[in-house]
Each structure stands twice: as C-alpha cells, then as structure tokens.
Ligand binder design. Structure first.
Ligand code: PFF
Length: 449
C-alpha cells in the first residue's frame, strides 16, 4: 500500500503490528511507573479509576490516532497536513513530536538504570542488597553516580539506534515479535515466585481490596496521566504506527487488543511487585525507586536470586526497548517524511538529541539535584510535564481533530477492514464529546486547583 508520501514501508503482518503497538504501550510505564504511582496513590481506588480511564478515554483516543495515521500514511505533523491542508492542525502533531523527544530523553535514563541493574545482577552484586537499608542505599548510591548513570543512558540510546535504523519491518517488527512473548513468559515466572513468598497476601489486599476513601482530584489526574502514558497516547506513536498499516486491518479490533494487553501487563506487574514489597516489609509509597529497591531485596533472599534478578531486569530492559523505539520512530518518521532525511541519519540525530536532553535528567539525582524548575528536579519536571499535561493535551487535540475537524473520510477510514462497525456510533461520540470534555475537566481542575 502506498498512501500520502512515496514508497512507505508497511508492517509485514497483522500480528507484527499488534506486537509492535503493544510493545510501545507495554514498557517501563507498566512495570516500573504503574506500581510506584499506584503505591503512592493508595492502591485499589487508583486501579479502578485507571481502568475506567483506559476504557472510556484511552481506547477511543487510540482509535482516533490509528485512523489518522492510516488515513494519511504520514508522521504526526504530516498526517494533519495531508488530511486538512492549509490548516494550523499540524501544530498538534508538532506538540506530539516535541513531547516524544522529552519522554524519550528521560525514558532512556530510567532504561539506563535498568541496564545497569541487569549488569549488576549478572555479576551477582545485586545479591548483596540483602536488607531494606542496603537495597535503598545501593539505589541511592547508584543514582548519584552521574558518570555511571550517563554511561548506561548512552548505551541504551545506542540500542534504540540499532533497532530503529533497521526500519519498520526489519527492525521494529522483527524485534517486537521476539521480545514481547519473552517478556510475557518472564513476567509469569516472577509472579509465580512473588505469590509464593510468605506474607504475599498483604500485597494482593493492597491491590484488590476496595477502599474508596483515597480518591481525590489529584488521584484522578494521575490515573488519567498514567493511562495516556501507558497506552503511548497523545503524542502520535499510534498515528505513526497506524501509518504503516494496510486497509485490511481492523482498527477497532487492534485498539481493543493493544489496550487489553497493556492493561493486563500493568496488573500482572502489580501482582509481581506488591506481594514482594509487603513480604519484605517495604513501604508501597516509596516512589520511583520502588522497583529498584524492593525487587533486588527479594531476589537477594531467594535461591538463585542472581538468576531471577537477571531475568527481571532483562524483562524490564526489553519492555523499555520496545517502547523507546516507538518514541524514536515518531521523530524518525517526521524527519524522513518532512525533512527528507535518510533513515540512518534521522535515527542517529534524533537519538542524539534525546540523549543530550536526557543528560540533565541523568544528573538530577546527583550533581544537579539542587537545580529545580517550578520546584521540581529535571526528572520530576519532564515526567510531570509530559504525562500529566502534554499527553492529555495532545489527546484532546487528536480527539477533536478526528471527531470534528476531519469530517470527510473519517467514517469510511474507520470502517475499512473492521467487523465491528456497529461500534462506530459509540466511538465517534466518545471522541467528539466525552473524551475531550473529561480530559479537559480533569486537566483544568487540577491545574487551577
Ligand atoms: N507506553 C510506554 C510505557 O508504558 O512505558 C511509554 C511511552 C511510549 C509513553 C510512547 C508515551 C509514548 F508516546
């Protein structure tokens, strides 16, 4: 298929696309961010609001992104230009590309932590983190070691370049098809181990015992931000991946599959982590370090701990890689479509840009820990700005575009290749009214409150 611009690559198979899109959605957001945000926001109540946000807001917007991508066959900036020439809507795509650069910048830092922990697991060092204090200390010592953090940040950026420079089918799709099933198996293995720890029940209670007293406006904003972040929405990843789709693929079906896989993996990650957190007597609300402190501690107390911890950090590296490549692909598709760069050049320059912007983040726990913008260090600043503001804002614009601005062609494009056409009526009103209104209200009440 060739749409819009020149000889555009397409996915090799339906499964390939689903795994690549699920690979983008399933990442550090599910296994690292979801558990610690849930821990800070009170457990079950957060989980319920999160699921509601995924179904009511996330899924309709994912459909909108895919239909814009497939309908235009372009990157996020070019997509709006092709579908509504001469209008300022391309700015929505531009905000998306910039948001992507910022996310990739700090994403590669955390992915770098993961690589470092993988290395230390293999060498057996993680096994020595055998008291809560020792594990916390090791993490604190590591994140202030700027040289080491930047080194692994760099290494991870190289891995992303390696995959993305090989293209859509030969790079992203080929790698996702191997990495995603591996990730799933590794996660199941860890759940088996975590659930059989003495005291694991407390963790399950924290996750699944109803307690609605913790709900607040802030919790709703954080849950919505997490939904956008986890589903890779609001900045054009699904526009870009959708642009490599053929007309036979089912957009409703793809959306449902990707969102369900993503939500399931987040919940499974919670089941792998919280029983362990409680079994080790750790605090569920201990923030961004939760995964890097709780799990090494668990592993150090188990037979074959070094093997298990290598498995876990390998899993996390894989999850991070299939997401980071999608962020990079947005920038690369923008550069190849709009600036006419060749892929290899686009990949290297864009990854270098994200790497450089990530350096302040890498230093924000160490030598730059005192540098604050709006009272936040660089790490928290990038995270808050992207997940809680830019992604929801991008989501509103994408929904309004597909629902109101694009008019001619959206219905036809959405119905092509689907057997679930009956859903169209619900979907179109969800993106016209419900999603923009809900996201807008949550955003505004929190920003002015
Ligand atoms: N969805 C990814 C995760 O959960 O880790 C992160 C992410 C990728 C966010 C792509 C946003 C994005 F556009």
């Amino acid at each position: 298929m060739q749409m819009g611009g020149g000889s555009r690559e397409t996915w090799g198979s339906k499964v390939g696309f689903i795994l690549a899109a699920a690979g983008s959605a399933i990442g550090l957001g599910n296994i690292w961010r979801f558990p610690y945000v849930l821990g800070e926001s009170g457990g079950f109540a957060f989980l319920m609001i999160y699921i509601a946000c995924v179904i009511l807001i996330g899924m309709p917007i994912m459909g909108a992104e895919m239909v814009i991508g497939r309908g235009s066959g372009r990157n996020p900036v070019g997509a709006f230009r092709v579908l509504l020439p001469g209008s300022p809507w391309w700015l929505a795509g531009a905000i998306g590309v910039i948001t992507g650069v910022l996310i990739l910048a700090y994403y590669t830092v955390v992915a770098g932590w993961t690589l470092a922990y993988l290395y230390e697991s293999i060498t057996g060092l993680v096994n020595t983190f055998n008291t809560p204090e020792a594990a916390q200390h090791a993490f604190d010592d590591f994140v202030v070691n700027s040289g080491k953090v930047v080194f692994f940040h760099f290494l991870f950026a190289l891995l992303c370049i390696l995959v993305v420079s090989q293209g859509v089918k030969g790079g992203i799709e080929r790698w996702s098809k191997v990495l995603m099933p591996t990730l799933f198996l590794l996660l199941l293995l860890l759940i088996g181990r975590s659930l059989t720890l003495p005291g694991a029940g407390e963790g399950m209670k924290f996750l699944f015992e109803p307690d609605f007293s913790k709900i607040s406006g802030e919790v709703v904003l954080v849950a919505m931000g997490q939904a956008f972040y986890s589903l890779s929405l609001g900045m054009g990843v699904m526009i870009t991946y959708g642009s490599y789709l053929d007309k036979k693929s089912d957009l409703f079906g793809s959306t449902a599959t990707v969102a369900t896989l993503d939500m399931s993996i987040a919940i499974l990650a919670g089941i792998a982590i919280f029983p362990a957190v409680f079994a080790m007597g750790l605090e569920p609300a201990s923030g961004a370090g939760l995964t890097y402190v709780a799990l090494p501690l668990v592993f150090s107390k188990l037979p074959f701990g070094a093997v298990l911890s290598s498995i876990f950090f390998l899993l996390l590296t894989i999850a991070a890689l299939t997401s980071a490549i999608s962020l990079l692909e947005v920038m690369v598709s923008f550069a190849t479509d709009e600036l006419k760069w060749v892929r290899s050049r686009a990949t290297i320059i864009m990854a270098a840009l994200a790497f450089l912007l990530g350096v302040p983040v890498a230093l924000s726990f160490g030598v730059w820990s005192d540098v604050k913008v709006f009272g936040l260090n660089f790490f928290d600043l990038y995270d808050y700005l992207t997940a809680n503001i830019l992604l929801p804002l991008g989501g509103i614009l994408i929904a309004l575009f597909a629902g109101w601005a694009w008019r001619k062609g959206v219905k036809e494009e959405m119905l092509q290749g689907t057997k679930m056409g009956r859903l169209y009526g619900v979907w179109i009103w969800a993106i016209r009214i419900f999603a923009p209104l809900a996201v807008g209200i949550i955003l505004v009440t929190n920003l002015i409150g």
